[in-house]
Write a protein that binds this ligand. Structure first.
Ligand code: F6P
Length: 527
């Protein structure tokens, strides 16, 4: 596929944005903006499927947003988005299409591309098989514990969703997520399990990831030591207690696994929770709710695909990200879900955004003269308020905050929900308005930006929509920056070096190593 995008710094609007920033943007005061523009709330709020966004507390004026929209048009965002939805190989360094959106497309959705139509049929065949398998596990009283062994996208997506939808989890099934190669994680877990009632899901797109394979083999050894058998006919056979979720069906078979749910190379790891990698979700919440999650995400896909840019929430958020990163120079964004259920969302978003857009070259491999992904970090509210909000309110760095609140309370202690919401509202208000005081210690400068997202409720559809919103927002900033958001070459080097270093920890050989690594190796060996 030829990349028809114009990189943002080469588009006419880029220089206009810089001028606007120099004249108005850097001195912009959001408090004054509300006074001078009575339509500000209306202008900077945006409904989208299953959620509502208030962007009005951000350091942006209508003129900046218009210029950003112009930038989006000049760079060819719409054509690039349409290329993704047409199944073109926009992941150019790996020559792959990017079609996680197809995983949530209803059966029979019309498409001009015969290959995409074929892929959609495969998607639904696998989805039906996965949901059927999930129902079988749900109905199998002998299985009480399901252990997902995976890392990165094969862990974070399913784990964030299962935690978020805990209220809907099958009462007889405990879901566990093991990702770290640190033996403490799996070891602690195994001590609590009984082999006969445990099902292991080995989740790995490639089925080669060192951490996952190491944990999978350790789990296999433990299972056999507990009386499990490689004999398929045995009562406690490996094949009944280990399933694989992978694109590498052959490697799973070599591991001794008979039950494998496949997916395709056009599903990126960090975009894979909608695929077979979602099996733990389906086991936790059941087929119907899993389909509701897909439908919520699909509604967001449609919004992103069809809404005019100026009323398109992923577009507006992605453009704001460009404004903040490249003109204001903000280096990070804090995500504050005011929801215990969404406590792992910041970790999930770290991979989604930083692995996608943490790039220093454009899609053609040319070094970029501007910054890309901000650092994404955060903790659920109100916990963050008692940890790092001090810095967000009074530190010298400006850190845009993304509040995420739920309109409806969850099942438990609903009477506490207004207190939770009041805290989220109060923080956003305090950041914006600040507080004058002669005593510098007690002064809040204010004019600190935030976005406020409100989810209807924490249910599968809203959650699906929220996650798809983030996927597309990351697409938007990556598209403007001219990068390939769908590869991750930056994770390769460390993997290669770890392979070389592991045997050295046993042998002690420091030959050819840099002095620092050689010194650490010696110290770690106790020498
Ligand atoms: O190391 C990065 C990465 O490739 C991620 O992109 C991916 O989600 C993760 O590793 C796990 O990969 P796999 O599913 O192939 O085990």
């Amino acid at each position: 596929m030829t990349d028809t995008r114009l990189r943002c710094d080469r588009a006419p609007a880029w220089a206009l944005l810089q001028d606007h920033y120099d004249c108005t943007g850097q001195g912009f005061d959001v408090r004054g903006a509300f006074t001078s523009d009575v339509h500000r709330v209306q202008r900077f709020t945006q409904p989208a499927p299953h959620l509502f966004a208030d962007l009005s507390k951000n350091l942006i004026d209508p003129q900046a947003e218009d210029l950003l929209l112009q930038l989006a048009q000049e760079t060819g965002l719409e054509a690039y988005r349409d290329a993704m939805f047409a199944g073109e190989a926009i992941n150019n360094t790996e020559q792959r299409a990017v079609m996680h959106w197809l995983l949530r497309s209803p059966q029979g959705t019309a498409t001009a591309n015969a290959q995409v139509a074929g892929a959609l049929r495969d998607v639904h065949t696998t989805l039906d098989a996965m949901l059927e398998l999930a129902e079988r596990v749900r109905n199998d009283d002998a299985i009480t514990d399901i252990v997902n062994i995976g890392i990165g996208g094969s862990d974070l997506g399913p784990s964030v969703v299962v935690k978020a939808l805990e209220d809907m989890r099958h009462a007889g099934k405990r879901l566990h997520f093991i990702s770290n190669v640190d033996g403490m994680e799996l070891g602690t877990m195994l001590r609590q399990l009984r082999a006969e009632s445990t099902l292991f899901l080995i989740a790995s797109k490639t089925f080669t990831t060192a951490e996952t394979m190491s944990n999978a083999h350790a789990a296999r050894r433990w299972f056999l030591a507990q009386g499990g058998s490689e004999d398929r006919d045995a009562a406690m056979s490996l094949s009944k207690h280990f399933y694989a979720l992978t694109t590498n069906i052959e490697a799973a078979a070599q591991f001794g696994i008979d039950t494998t749910l496949g997916f395709w190379d056009w599903v990126g790891g960090r975009y894979s929770l909608w695929s077979a990698i979602g099996l733990p979700i389906a086991i936790a919440i059941g087929a119907e709710r899993f389909r509701a999650m897909l439908a919520g995400a699909q509604a967001m896909d449609e919004h992103f695909r069809t809404a005019p840019l100026a009323q398109n929430l992923p577009v507006r958020l992605g453009l704001l990200d460009v404004w903040y990163r490249n003109f204001h120079g903000f280096t990070s964004r804090s995500v504050a879900p005011y929801s215990h259920g969404l406590r792992r969302l910041p970790a999930y978003l770290q991979q989604l955004e930083m692995e996608s857009n943490g790039k220093g070259v454009d899609a053609q491999g040319e070094s970029l003269p501007f910054a890309t992904s901000p650092v994404i970090w955060g903790e659920p509210g109100t916990n963050g308020q008692h940890a790092f909000f001090q810095m967000i309110h009074q530190g010298p760095d400006i850190i845009p905050v993304e509040f995420i609140a739920l309109r409806e309370p969850g099942r438990d202690l609903a009477d506490q929900h207004p207190r939770l919401l009041a805290n989220a509202l109060a923080q956003a208000k305090a950041l914006m308005l600040g507080r004058a005081n002669d005593d510098g210690h007690r002064r809040f400068s204010g004019n600190r930006p935030s976005t406020f997202l409100v989810l209807e409720r924490l249910d599968p559809a809203s959650l699906g929509a929220l996650i798809a919103l983030y996927e597309h927002r990351v697409f938007v900033s990556g598209a403007l920056w001219g990068i390939n958001s769908f590869d991750q070459w930056g994770v390769e080097l460390g993997k290669v070096l770890a392979k070389d270093l592991e045997p050295r920890l046993a042998s002690g050989s420091g030959e050819g190593l840099d002095p620092s690594t050689a010194g650490l190796l010696a110290y770690l060996r106790g020498g």
